[in-house]
Write a protein that binds this ligand. Structure first.
Ligand SMILES: [Zn+2]
Length: 249
């Protein structure tokens, strides 16, 4: 069940993301505007807007929490929300839907991608990979699919379209970085025919080929590439190949 009315939820003092107010885990509290509401993080089409979120929150919250915020599922309508029963079509509880739920749960198995949480890397990197697996990484390709107008070029090589596959597998700048790092083997294991497939299937396939240990390294490299990509996009940083390689190692 859920109950959300974004227009009336205060970012810093209400319990909407974790079980304690975000103010408790924030830094630079003096410069925080405590009147800020959750709906102010949304773009006009009511999706989480990474630019707005980073602008407003990155001085105060860890990357991990910001990632969590971007994963929040926002209802597209402006109606006042109410408690709803997610197992029925109309949102109201019925015995039939609860029986259906029990049957459904009996046959339910853990997501195939549960291994992500057992990787040997920092929690923020596991969250990052999980976000990729859910198609939630806000690459320019992904923003365009959501009809958000952004320049589409790859920040590293100026290729015309930055999406997950270009950024992490095809980009020559990135390939070069991987080649220069200790992880040069990864260039040879990326699956073919991937443009018609979803990220989660690609992750699954790579993990089956390389195993958990190598997957942990690859996840860390990808996270670093995404980190530097964001530095360029949000902080006008230079693309400095040696710096990225050094960071990865
Ligand atoms: Zn590129």
């Amino acid at each position: 069940m859920g109950c959300r009315r974004w227009e009336s939820i205060r970012i810093w003092n209400d319990l909407w993301l974790t079980d304690e107010p975000l103010l408790k885990v924030a830094t630079n509290i003096d410069s925080i505007n405590q009147e800020l509401m959750v709906h102010q993080l949304l773009s006009p089409d009511r999706t989480c807007d990474e630019h707005i979120i980073r602008n407003l929150l990155s001085n105060h919250l860890s990357n991990e929490i910001i990632t969590k915020i971007m994963e929040v599922n926002i209802p597209k309508n402006h109606f006042q929300d109410r408690m709803y029963w997610k197992e029925s079509n109309d949102g109201w509880f019925s015995t039939k839907s609860s029986v259906n739920m029990i049957h459904k749960n009996k046959g339910h198995k853990k997501s195939d991608l549960h291994w992500i949480w057992n990787l040997d890397c920092a929690p923020k990197i596991k969250h990052f990979l999980w976000r990729i697996s859910k198609g939630g990484l806000q690459t320019k390709g992904r923003l365009q699919m959501r009809r958000i107008v952004v320049p589409m070029h790859c920040e590293f090589c100026n290729h015309h379209s930055e999406d997950f596959f270009h950024l992490f597998m095809d980009c020559n700048f990135v390939k070069d970085i991987i080649q220069q790092s200790k992880a040069s083997l990864f260039n040879s294991i990326f699956p073919c025919n991937r443009n018609t497939r979803e990220e989660k299937d690609i992750l699954q396939e790579i993990k089956e080929i390389v195993g958990m240990k190598q997957m942990s390294i690859l996840a860390t490299i990808w996270w670093s590439i995404w980190y530097f990509r964001n530095q360029i996009v949000f902080n006008n940083d230079n693309k400095d190949k040696p710096k990225v390689v050094e960071f990865i190692e």
